[in-house]
Unconditional design. Sequence first.
Lengths: 106, 859
Amino acid sequence: MPLLEIGLMHYLILAAAVFSCGVFVMSTKRNAIGILIGIELVLNAVNINFVAFDRYQVVGGCDGQISAVFVIVIAAAEAAVAVAICMNLYKNLNTIDVDRGDSLHG
Amino acid sequence: MAEISNYEIYLMAGVLIPLASFFILMLFGPRIGKPVAGWLTVLAMASSCALATITLVGWHADVNTPPDSITGRTVAQQLSIDASHNQFHWADIGSVPIKIGVKLDSLTVIMFFMVTFIATWIFIFSVGYMSGHSDEVDGKSKYHRFFCYLSLFGFSMLGLVISSNLLFLFMLWELVGLCSYLLIGFYFDKKFASNAAMKAFITNRVGDFGFIFGLMMVFFFLKTFDLDQAAIEFGRQFASSTGVFDAGFAINLFGWHVSGAMLATMMGIGLFCGAMGKSAQFPLQVWLPDAMAGPTPVSALIHAATMVAAGVYLVARIFRLLTPEAQFFIAVIGCITLTAMALIAMVQTDIKKCLAYSTLSQLGYMIFGMGVGAWTAALFHLMLHAFFKAMLFLGSGQVIEGCHHEQDMRKMGGLMKKMPMTGITFLVGVLAISGFGIPLMNVGLGGYFSKDEILAVAWDRAYMWHEPIEHHGDSGHGDAGGHGDSGGYADASGHADLGGYGEIDSHGSVMPSDASASSFMLVSDQHGSTGHDTGHADSGHADSGHDDSGHGDSLHGEAGHASGSHALGSVESLKASIPPLPKWMFWLALITAYVTPFYMMRCWWMTFMGKPRDQHVYDHAHESPLMWVPLVALAISTFGASYFVFRPMIADAAGAATDATLVLGLDGVAESAETASGALIHVHEAHHWLAYGVGGSWVIAFFVAFLIYRNGLATGAKLKAAFGPLATLLEHKYYFDELYDFLLVRGCRLAAAVCRAFDTYVIDLFANLSASIVERFAVFSGRGVDAHVVDGVFNGLAAASMDVSDLVRSPQTGRIRNYVLFAAAAAVVVVMVMLYFDGSDYPVVRHASTIGASSAGIQ
């Protein structure tokens, strides 16, 4: 198999890279919006996987694409909720630094 | 179930009306108030009395109907039998059904009438009595409560009378006892009243213990509580020598061999013990005189007329369950009571106590009558006694009320002028109880008819018992041994014209148990009068026998008895099996007949005649109409009851109620035809003789009393001094209270002291010992085990879980970045592990590789 030919593996590698970036962003950013961006990256990595598997699956159908659409919708809803949480966080703490919101820690 | 007759409905309604009055007064009494509460009670009892009167009139007519041609029964007999089938199933004890119903016979009807009639007049008297007495107890008006209790008493007494079932009879028996307790202790804030109430109640419990014992045996041996069924079963077992009469039947009681016949006797005696308590027979007589602490109407109603007579009524009802030995026991108890109590009455100075002892003595006569087989006479005496003794008590209540609550006769005297109605009615009572009568004429009052008949039967039992019948055949007996034909009074031609009296010596109708009853005959006498077969047609009015044969110079109704040889034989063998009465018992009863008029005359004379001894009391004396009207009513009814309806009605009931297999009813024509024959052969002969012997007793005794008390109390005091110790013995009532105090109260206290010592020195020792052991153990287990072991375990557990939770909470930093790292790291670890295992065991990985392969294939 020629190396430059684009196949499933390339998509998976791309998704893994995006996923890793997302996780990295989530774990390093202290800004709540930054974390939200990280989550979006993770979700989109999953979407890439869904679409890729859908494209390369043996039996026909569009389960993966539908799932991807679902994820996008859920991500939108999640973003709305997350932004609302961020606003409340700001209201209460005058900051969106998530490390400050640790009043429930053990 | 046969159709319920009107009589049963009337009787049941008559019982329930006072109960309704009781509930109304109990719930709304204080709001109804004085005097409406009293009149309500009177109204209730008067309604019952009206029903009783309707019943009595109807029943009396039914008794005298000619017998049905097919069944051979009169209407009354048929109704009575139907009523015994009208039973309501109430409960089961094991497999034995308990049924309740109305015992419908002439005795019930007449007793019901007597109770309602007397109660009505006494309730009226009570209204007057309570208006003159304090109705306050503990500072609160208890007016309604008095009448509430009276209503309850009315209900329970009437229920007792109509009960066909020994168990129900017992329940109502306890209820009348309760009412007695409540009413004696009506003024319960007075110590003597509440003590008297307790004494009455406790003494009755002693008797009732025997009653319960007897009931237990009835249930055990006869498997029923129904009066008729029990009697039939008893007779059947005796006849066939089965059950309790089985020769092999015996139990071992604490190593004592008790045969079945002995148990049957114990059953009768046990039931009689209940009567001993209620009717205050020796040795349980102590409560009745003390019960006079209750209000006077209560004394009159409960402790003279009705409740104390319930004992006699009970014996009458269980007559068929008695054995000759049990009957003899009853006779002995009655004989002792009648004699001993009459003697005490001679020295009493309290007017109510004097009457109380006379009541005891008369109750003794009734019980004695039952004991010697004078069933009819005893009940007749009960009825008459109820009337005149209620009247005497009400009279004494009037005197006490009028004399400013003075009960001591020594302070009275000369009250006749102030209280003429009371004095006259009291005298009527005195005459009635004394057996006032004129021999050779059919004139008499109360005891002249009933008490003398008891004596006649006793004489027969004592002297003529085993004489063969043939010797007396010519003087046979045509009738009940009622006075009518008993030689002396009879002067026989009087029968026909004395209509009312004629009824008295009628046979009453005989209750035939079967067709052989028609062999009941009157046979001709030596004058050649034709005997005729009375059969059933004549059984209602045996004086037809006198019409034929009782005239002329013959002193007796010349009617002998003849009956089927079978019946005669069984009676003869039964008679032979019963021993004669010891002669001393007859003589004691006879002598007491002389004592009775003496103390009654003494009582009357001291109260009403002579000179006033206490001016204060005399000045205060007065009477009120509400109180003397009942007196007059009762005096008139005493006359009426002596002559009309009562005697024949009881004699009618006797047929079925004494149809005994072991003991004999001797008077009345009482007995059913089989047993009747010959039973009373001698009685009227005795009556003839007694007419002179006892008939004049009142003259002699009155005269003696008059001699002693005509000039005040001095002679009496001198006599008392002359008798010395005897008088003291009587005044102290034979020291019975002291004896019981010594034996029972002190005995109880001694037993209590012993128990206390035992408690202190033995029980306490053990208790303290065990307490200290427990204490030590508690210290050990508390301070040692609990504090160190148990607490240690739990504290250790708590500390350990604290440590664990500290450990667990340390990763919970609260920083999202950390959580994300953990999650990512965990995911990495999971993936690494999956890859390490080569993916072959993990379907996800395998699937991925398959995809990879296929995708390659696609391209």
